[in-house]
Design a protein. Structure first.
Length: 232
């Protein structure tokens, strides 16, 4: 795991974009990218629309999600809804390049449908679907995707996609699990903003076997993981 530190959040998001562009150039053809929700991607999408409209081969990208909140797309909590508003609509990304988790349908059925979709769309490595890149977020409680500290079993689940419940809000989620997150895919992990300083400190310390957290676990097991931060 590498931590790349930048002076500002803007420079960090630019740095992340450069890393993604390098991965895309190294793998011509459809590039399967899983994105996260939350606040960090919103700022990234705004940057991409403002400054990278003509600098990234958008036709190459196929978009997937690491997790989704179980709300309809029009809800401001929807990870897909925010990406549509801030990225797909402005850049006119075709619908056939967007593979969303449906937050508005039965979560258990949706997790099964999405697992089947990944099996069909993605190449297999180690018998599991493999993304070309996954952009993960890390919450203040050290969760990643929708794998929360109280549900570490999802890090080693047998399903590639499952349901989870947010421990505070009780909101149901659909999420990728550890085995597909850790299937030899390069992980780009933006951890941006002063409020994430304790997260960076904890990630830099590494996995504490006495107190494992989802994000520290994923970073400790990933073959290629880069944390991108403006925390110095
Ligand atoms: O709920 C979620 O939170 C995490 C972290 O988001 P952030 O707002 O701290 O950037 C995110 O990675 C996840 O996809 C999302 O559903």
């Amino acid at each position: 795991m590498e931590i790349k530190r930048y002076k500002t959040s803007a420079e960090a998001l630019e740095g992340l974009t450069g890393l993604l562009a390098d991965l895309m150039s190294a793998r011509p053809g459809p590039f399967h990218l899983a994105i996260s929700g939350g606040d960090t991607p919103k700022n990234l999408f705004k940057l991409w629309v403002d400054a990278y409209k003509d600098k990234i081969d958008w036709k190459q990208l196929r978009f997937y999600w690491v997790d989704e909140r179980c709300v309809p797309p029009a809800d401001s909590e929807s990870n897909y809804g925010q990406a549509k508003l801030l990225l797909f609509d402005p850049l006119q990304i075709p619908d056939e390049h967007i593979f969303r988790m449906k937050g508005e349908v039965d979560p258990v059925a949706e997790a099964a449908r999405y697992a089947t979709l990944l099996d069909k769309q993605l190449p297999k490595v180690n018998g599991l679907p493999r993304f070309d890149c996954i952009m993960l977020g890390v919450g203040g409680d050290m969760h990643t995707a929708s794998i929360f500290p109280g549900n570490l079993a999802l890090l080693t689940a047998k399903e590639t996609v499952t349901t989870a419940v947010h421990p505070v809000s009780g909101q149901t989620r659909v999420t990728l699990t550890g085995p597909v997150l850790l299937n030899d895919t390069p992980l780009l992990i933006p951890v941006i903003g002063a409020s994430k300083a304790p997260v960076i400190e904890a990630l830099a310390r590494g996995l504490d076997p006495q107190n494992p957290t989802p994000s520290a676990y994923v970073l400790s097991k990933a073959n290629h993981a880069t944390v991108i931060t403006d925390v110095n």
